[in-house]
Design a protein around this ligand. Structure first.
Ligand code: 3VV
Length: 193
């Protein structure tokens, strides 16, 4: 198995310290946006990823591979697995740092096939921060928290202002989303929808 060529993080970083108001270890993280393909409960064909905060700037996520996630017969599609990691990594960044951030770069290593019916246990860890750049990585274990690693990912997230979403996204949907979050007891954002 080849080793990644570049050291990680690729630049000098400060430790990524969770925000004082970040959910405590053990907290289950709900759906961040009902229409999110990664976690949303209103996206029938979505990934329905569920995440929990762990100790030490870590978030664990579970993704069950279903028939609709196939690439080859009986096996998960690689691009879809990359999507699962984007969600798991972004969830770690957004919830632990409570800063709006978007994926700048996402790199995946597919180490083993992931069959339909598998549960991928994704352990995502914040590795460091350099200005607006947040480095985060994850291992995906097959069928158990200590199962064999099937997929690894490393990503750069870049913090953005809320203006990123109002300028480029659907500002009406964004406003409704924000109001719904406030009604359900969340604090005002800092949020990556
Ligand atoms: C009350 C609330 C509490 C919190 C609760 C939270 C709840 C849960 C929260 C959240 C869960 C989220 C789960 C979702 C997960 C999925 C996330 C996605 O998929 S996001 C969609 C895909 N990504 C895009 O659409 C980005 C598109 N790209 C851009 O918009 C820009 O390129 C952007 C913002 C990334 C950077 O643009 P610039 O103009 O702002 O900044 P520049 O200067 O270009 O970059 C800043 C630094 O980053 C480096 N950089 C940027 N992109 C890079 C790249 N690809 N590779 C290497 N470096 C890069 C640059 O070299 C620069 O570095 P130097 O500061 O100069 O050192």
């Amino acid at each position: 198995m080849s080793k990644p060529a570049q050291s990680w993080p690729p630049v000098d970083t400060e430790p990524a310290v969770p925000h004082p108001d970040a959910p405590a270890p053990g907290s289950k993280l709900g759906v961040h946006y009902a229409h999110c393909f990664g976690c949303g409960d209103e996206v029938e064909s979505g990934l329905h990823i569920q995440s929990t905060v762990a100790e030490g700037a870590v978030v664990t996520s579970q993704f069950t591979v279903l028939d609709e996630h196939q690439g080859a017969p009986g096996l998960a599609h690689g691009g879809l697995l990359a999507c699962a990691f984007d969600e798991a990594l972004g969830t770690a960044v957004g919830n632990l740092l409570r800063k709006p951030a978007v994926t700048g770069k996402l790199e995946t290593d597919f180490r083993r096939p992931v069959p339909v019916g598998s549960v991928l246990h994704i352990v995502a860890k914040l590795d460091g921060v350099a200005g607006r750049k947040i480095y985060v990585s994850a291992n995906g274990h097959l069928n158990a928290e200590d199962g064999p690693i099937a997929v690894q990912a490393r990503a750069l997230f870049v913090t953005v202002g809320v203006g990123h979403f109002t300028a480029h996204g659907d500002s009406d949907a964004l406003q409704k989303f924000r109001e719904a979050r406030l009604r359900s007891g969340h604090q005002d954002w800092d949020i990556n929808p």
